[in-house]
Structures are given as C-alpha cells and as structure tokens.
Design a protein around this ligand. Structure first.
Ligand SMILES: [Zn+2]
Ligand SMILES: [Zn+2]
Length: 127
C-alpha cells in the first residue's frame, strides 16, 4: 500500500500553492520571439526572449555557419588554364580555373598533350 501524494496535493491548499508556483515561474504572456520575421508567441514559461526554435545551442551553430559563409574571404587568383590566365576571385581555395569552361579546356588540353605524346612515341617507334 503506497500513498505517494503528500496530503496537501489533495486539499484546496495545493491549488493555491500551485497557483503561486505558476506565477513565480512565468515570464509574461504575449511576448513574441525577438528574432526578426519569426513572430512566434513565446511560452510564458520560456525565460529567454526567443522561441524554442531560435533559442539554445542550435542558434549559435546556425549563426556561426551563416557568418562563416557570408564572411568567406575572396581569393584573387589567375586561371590555371594558361591560354586564358584570366584573374578571378573565388571563395573556394581549391578552385584553379576562372570558369568551368576553362577547367574543361584545361582537361581537354591535358588529354590532347598526352595523346600527342603518345602519337609521337608511336611515330618514333614506326620510323
Ligand atoms: Zn523565433
Ligand atoms: Zn580561365
């Protein structure tokens, strides 16, 4: 036989105690998330001034990555495709060509060179 609930839980006094607890724990009703464009009504039990979506560690991660992408530094480079050699800026440190077209042409040029060298070797062998 167990009776876990303290006696006051069942009495009228509990209601007023709970009411007091509720009052001290609330942070105001009708507040709205301070994040622009959110407009989510905040729970009276939410101690922060942003909604659950905009609160917590998630928010920090989101802001950090957003900052990172907007602040990525532009790198000045010269196109690695020599006939082009155009100067360009990129935020991608791995980018070597000013455009996909140059990347393709450089690739094709490499293939052509390899093929020509193969031809030369074949020609030499033939003579
Ligand atoms: Zn929000
Ligand atoms: Zn180029």
């Amino acid at each position: 036989m167990e009776d876990r609930s303290p006696k006051f839980l069942r009495g009228r006094s509990f209601l007023s105690v709970a009411d007091d607890m509720l009052k001290t724990r609330t942070y105001g009703i009708g507040r709205i998330c301070i994040v622009d464009g959110c407009g989510t009504r905040l729970s009276a039990y939410n101690p922060s001034s942003v909604c659950a979506l905009h609160g917590g560690a998630w928010q920090d991660d989101f802001h950090r990555s957003a900052r990172k992408s907007s602040r990525r530094e532009e790198i000045g480079r010269r196109c690695a495709f020599e006939p082009c050699a155009r100067e360009f800026t990129t935020t991608n440190p791995a980018k070597k060509y000013c455009s996909d077209a140059c990347r393709m042409r450089a690739f094709q040029a490499r293939v052509m060179v390899a093929r020509r060298m193969g031809d030369m070797r074949g020609a030499r062998r033939a003579s």
